[in-house]
Design a protein around this ligand. Structure first.
Ligand SMILES: *[C@@H]1O[C@H](CO)[C@@H](O)[C@H](O)[C@H]1NC(C)=O
Ligand SMILES: *[C@@H]1O[C@H](CO)[C@@H](O)[C@H](O)[C@H]1NC(C)=O
Ligand SMILES: *[C@@H]1O[C@H](CO)[C@@H](O)[C@H](O)[C@H]1NC(C)=O
Length: 221
C-alpha cells in the first residue's frame, strides 16, 4: 500500500496530538516546536547554492553533522545570469509553501569577523524578495538591518526557530527557545527557507556560518 505524503502527515499529527496532550497535562515548558511536526529531510532536500564558477567543496563542507558555508566579498553570484551579491546558501527543496504555518529550526554559529551578511532567510514576498532575513552586523544578530535580535552572537552555537504563519501574515523569531521578535511578513504566494551566507551592505571580505540539525516543521491543523 502506498501512503500519500498528506495522509502520512495526518498520521504524524495524530501521534503528536497525543504526545502534546500528555505534555499539556504535565505543564511542561513550552517550546517553539510544540504542536508542529518535523518533516522528513535528507541531503536531497538541501541544494547548495554557491559562486557559479566554483566546485561545491570550495565553499561548503559537511563534517560531523556540521554544515559549514563560506563566501568571499569578491566571489561571483550563484548563477551566471544573476546580478545578486555573492552567496553560499542551503536552499531547502521540497517544502515550498503558500499557506499554513511553517517553521525552520537549526543550530547556527557565526565566527568572529563575519559581518554584513544574511545568515537565514524566509524567501518569497510581494513587495520585496523576502519574508524575513536574519543578518549579522558587527557581531549582532539583526532582523534585516534593524532591530537587533541578539547583541553579541559571535563564536557560540545558538538555536534558531523561525515560524512563518502565512494565514495571519506573521513571522516569529526565537533564539534558544525564547521569542525575540514578531514581525509582519511581506506577502507573496510562494516561500521557502535558506541558511548560510548571503552578502549584504558593509560586508566583511570573508563570511561564514555553520549549521546543525536543520529541520522543517509544519503546524498540525
Ligand atoms: C531522501 O528521501 C527520499 C524520500 O523522502 C528518497 O526518495 C531519497 O532517495 C532520499 N535521498 C537520500 C540521499 O537519502
Ligand atoms: C574578534 O576579532 C577581533 C579582530 O581579529 C579581535 O580584536 C577580537 O578580540 C575578537 N573578539 C573575540 C571575542 O574573540
Ligand atoms: C559596523 O562597524 C563599522 C566600524 O566601526 C561601522 O562603520 C558600521 O557603521 C557598523 N555597522 C553597523 C550596521 O552597525
Amino acid at each position: 500500500m502506498k501512503i500519500s505524503s498528506s495522509s502520512l502527515l495526518a498520521l504524524r499529527c495524530l501521534a503528536l496530538l497525543q504526545f502534546c496532550t500528555h505534555r499539556a497535562i504535565g505543564w511542561g515548558p513550552t517550546d517553539p516546536t510544540d504542536g508542529f511536526v518535523s518533516l522528513p529531510l535528507n541531503s536531497s532536500n538541501l541544494e547548495i547554492q554557491r559562486p557559479y564558477d566554483l566546485p561545491e567543496s570550495d565553499r561548503y563542507s559537511f563534517i560531523d553533522g556540521v554544515h559549514r558555508l563560506w563566501v568571499f566579498a569578491t566571489d561571483k553570484p550563484h548563477a551566471l545570469t544573476s546580478m545578486t551579491a555573492p552567496r553560499t546558501e542551503i536552499r531547502i527543496l521540497g517544502y515550498d509553501y503558500s499557506s499554513g504555518v511553517w517553521q525552520f529550526e537549526g543550530y547556527g554559529f557565526v565566527p568572529n569577523g563575519t559581518t554584513g551578511v544574511c545568515i537565514m532567510q524566509v524567501f518569497g514576498a510581494s513587495t520585496r524578495a523576502t519574508t524575513a532575513m536574519m543578518r549579522v552586523y558587527n557581531g549582532s544578530l539583526t532582523y534585516y538591518r534593524t532591530p537587533i535580535i541578539v547583541p553579541y552572537i559571535y563564536d557560540q552555537w545558538f538555536r534558531l526557530n523561525v515560524i512563518h504563519d502565512v494565514d495571519t501574515k506573521k513571522v516569529s523569531i526565537f533564539i534558544d527557545g525564547v521569542l525575540k521578535l514578531t514581525a509582519d511578513d511581506h506577502g507573496g504566494a510562494s516561500h521557502y527557507f535558506k541558511c548560510g551566507v548571503y552578502a549584504q551592505n558593509d560586508r566583511s571580505y570573508y563570511m561564514e556560518s555553520r549549521w546543525m540539525d536543520i529541520k522543517v516543521l509544519k503546524k498540525c491543523d
